[in-house]
Write a protein that binds this ligand. Sequence first.
Ligand SMILES: [Zn+2]
Length: 216
Amino acid sequence: MNIILFGPPGSGKGTQADNIVKNFNSYKISTGDLLRVEMKKNTDLGKEIKTKIDRGSLVSDDIINNLIVKILSNMKNINGLIFDGYPRNWNQAKSLDSLIKKYNQKISCVLCLNIDIETIIKRVLGRLICTKCGLTFNKYFNPPKKEEHNCRLNYLKVRSDDSKKTIKNRIEIYNNNTLPILDYYEDQKILHKIDATGEVNKIYDEIRGIITSLET
Ligand SMILES: [Zn+2]
């Protein structure tokens, strides 16, 4: 079955997408990965994408849609796709819809991870990584304990690109461009809202329950 996974940055969407792929024999599509693969292949399209990204401009919906066509038209992916972070806006949602019909497939369910902005900010800004052993912690949710981690505390660093302003900005883009698409899937009665503030494993249990109930 094909599944769309929605969630703001910091909601744990990528982790849950990986869990679904592992358990349900499916293939994850994230547009970031698709763009990277195309650039690596150094095709004309790949070169065009690289120029845009180097210039700091957004990759157009047309380019993204072309990459999605390649995946959808590949028979080995039929009805086994997890869309992670796509569609991102109305234009992409409409395009995905017509492509899905064209290749005789359907979207079985849309999962939306809900989480409040304060929790996201704590999750992302509280991230600590030990530069000595590579373990990761969170100042608020998973502080390093002496019994489990005995490197000196000055090895612990916050990720530099995680500034509050950047995160707020990304959440705002998600709220403005992506959230409005959910109504469309709600009307089709395939939208499932999931509380993503709790533990990763419990959230996945809920997701697995929903997908399993669709399979039977
Ligand atoms: Zn360490």
